[in-house]
Every structure is written in C-alpha cells, then in structure tokens.
Design a protein around this ligand. Structure first.
Ligand SMILES: [Zn+2]
Ligand SMILES: [Zn+2]
Length: 139
C-alpha cells in the first residue's frame, strides 16, 4: 500500500503531496470551522516535513485566532489547511484528497458548538471540546 497522497483545491491552483501515513479524520464542529466551511471541518493532519505544497502564492491565510490560521485558495475559495502556530504539523481537509484517500473517520470535536440543523449518528467518539489525545500523523 502506497502511503503517498495528493490533493488540490477545486480549481487546481493549489496542489499538495503528502508522504507517510495520515491521521484519522477529525470532524470539528466549532463555530469557526462551521462559519468558514459552511458546514463542519473534516481534516487529517501531517507533519510539516511530510507535505509539499505547490501554488503557495494562490493561498490566502486567515488568522481566525491567536492560535491558528486557516488556508484557502484565493481563486476558488476551497478550504484546504488549518495551521496551528508553534506546532510542526498542518491539518489538511479530507475532501481535498484524491481518491482513494485511505482516510477513515476518527472522532468529533467541539460537538458542544455544533449546528442545530444536523445530528451526529456515525457512532464515532464525540468530545464536547477538543479531544484528549489529538495526535500528529506518524507521531
Ligand atoms: Zn482553487
Ligand atoms: Zn473547529
């Protein structure tokens, strides 16, 4: 099984390649993720050293908090990345990967902030805020 993956935004102006195993997908229901994406985040992550991003000049970073910034394509608006300050990893949206992605759901976080128009019924663990053990791929 090949552990290399690639992906892009909708228009293709931003592309990326990752190497090594990816973390399970974490669904974030916080209000920032819901506002920015229009629903909720579904993201894996990868160490900074294990991702190559092409078309960086087409990315816009929005600093929604002191803690992290959110990267999206300035042409098509696709949400691609979530980057915490001071940590050597980057979260990558599950929907941006080419298939087969090999990704699997892991848990839901910030369910205390979830939208009032849907329910979570996939049986995965749910956390009111952050999960106790969010890990970095390969770490
Ligand atoms: Zn794009
Ligand atoms: Zn969130």
């Amino acid at each position: 099984m090949d552990d290399n993956h690639s992906g892009s935004c909708l228009c293709g102006a931003v592309r990326f390649r990752t190497k090594g195993p990816l973390r399970g997908v974490i669904y974030c229901h916080c209000s920032q993720c819901r506002k920015q994406s229009g629903h909720f985040y579904a993201a894996t992550n990868v160490a900074d050293a294990d991702i190559v991003i092409e078309g960086m000049e087409n990315l816009t970073w929005y600093e929604a908090s002191d803690f992290a910034k959110r990267g999206f394509c300035k042409t098509c608006g696709s949400v691609l990345f979530w980057k915490p300050k001071g940590d050597a990893y980057i979260s990558v949206m599950a929907g941006s990967f080419e298939e087969p992605s090999g990704l699997q759901g892991e848990c839901h976080i910030f369910v205390g902030d979830k939208g009032d128009y849907y329910s979570i019924e996939d049986g995965l663990p749910q956390f009111e805020k952050s999960a106790p053990s969010i890990k970095v791929a390969g770490g």
